[in-house]
Ligand binder design. Structure first.
Ligand SMILES: Nc1ncnc2c1ncn2[C@@H]1O[C@H](COP(=O)(O)OP(=O)(O)OP(=O)(O)O)[C@@H](O)[C@H]1O
Ligand SMILES: [Mg+2]
Length: 270
């Protein structure tokens, strides 16, 4: 056994031969004088949870918005392992981006107002996603929306309630149901539990973990909460001022951080 293989995790050979679901190369994004991202690269393998952590303003949400094709970088290359998604996805026009996003990428925002129509019914919010996939029969739309809500552990007796009447934890479950309704290739989560009570946060994280285990959904999870990252992530990327300062297996990042910024983050928390 070579020295390298001894330090790799058990499933490393599978990962090393697998085609990444997501590959982002050398992405930079400025807003005026603010450098939100500088030369950021990321790779995510099938079924993996990539955690992204870093202080406020470090560029986490900007990166996730780019992964969701909501924004364009100043430079960089983005590829997803999806049939029909060839070349640099940042070259797609608005329509191409929208179709790709609707069919293959799910997203949960910290702020449910960004992801949901708050006065439409919860089931309607999920059904909207299914309409994009061409489903038109009311009974089928309702059944499939119910399935996605149930998978997100949303109480089905409330499926006709509008999100505005629901608690924060329930709103996140509706966002999650909408995000997974079409079985996305990639699930993006931007602070999905921030602002929730600790007990509710734990329940939502349990749901995410169960979904991840049962469906092996590939996820990118942004959080400034190290506990959330530690609970969920297989690999971690640490960002500061728009740059990746360290990345590695979650266990290594938390137990043996190399960069002094990561050390400060981890030790401040422990
Ligand atoms: N649309 C925008 N216009 C101008 N500046 C922006 C815009 N979006 C982000 N920025 C700036 O880019 C930097 C990175 O912001 P971003 O929202 O990605 O950080 P973040 O890591 O998600 O922070 P937080 O933890 O507070 O959510 C910040 O300085 C922010 O002010
Ligand atoms: Mg953010």
């Amino acid at each position: 056994m070579s020295a390298t293989s001894e330090i790799l995790p058990l499933d490393a050979p599978r990962l090393l031969t697998a085609t990444p679901v997501l590959q982002m190369e050398s992405v930079s994004r400025r807003f005026g004088d603010v450098v939100a991202l500088e030369d950021v690269s990321a790779t995510v393998y099938p079924g993996e949870v990539l955690g992204i952590m870093g202080e406020s303003g470090s560029g986490k949400s900007t990166l996730l918005r780019l992964m969701n094709l909501e924004d364009s970088p100043d430079k960089g290359d983005y590829r997803l392992d999806i049939p029909g998604a060839a070349g640099n996805l940042f070259d797609l026009d608005r329509y191409g981006r929208r179709m790709l996003r609707a069919r293959h990428i799910g997203i949960v925002y910290q702020n449910p107002h960004l992801g949901l129509l708050m006065r439409n019914s919860s089931s309607g919010n999920v059904a909207e996603r299914l309409l994009i996939a061409g489903e038109r029969r009311f009974s089928e739309l309702r059944a499939r929306a119910g399935d996605a809500l149930a998978a997100s552990e949303f109480p089905l007796e409330r499926m006709d309630a509008p999100p505005i009447e629901l608690s924060g934890g329930m709103q996140q479950r509706v966002q999650l149901a909408k995000a997974i309704a079409l079985e996305p290739v990639l699930l993006l989560l931007d602070e999905p539990t921030t602002g929730l009570d600790v007990s509710v946060q734990a329940l939502v994280l349990d749901t995410l973990k169960r979904l991840q285990r049962d469906r092996a959904i590939t996820m990118v999870l942004v959080s400034h909460d190290l506990g959330v990252i530690r609970t969920m992530a297989d690999r971690v990327m640490v960002m500061r001022r728009g740059r990746v300062v360290e990345e590695g297996l979650a266990d290594q990042i938390f137990q043996d951080p190399q960069h002094e910024y990561t050390q400060a983050l981890v030790h401040a928390k422990l």
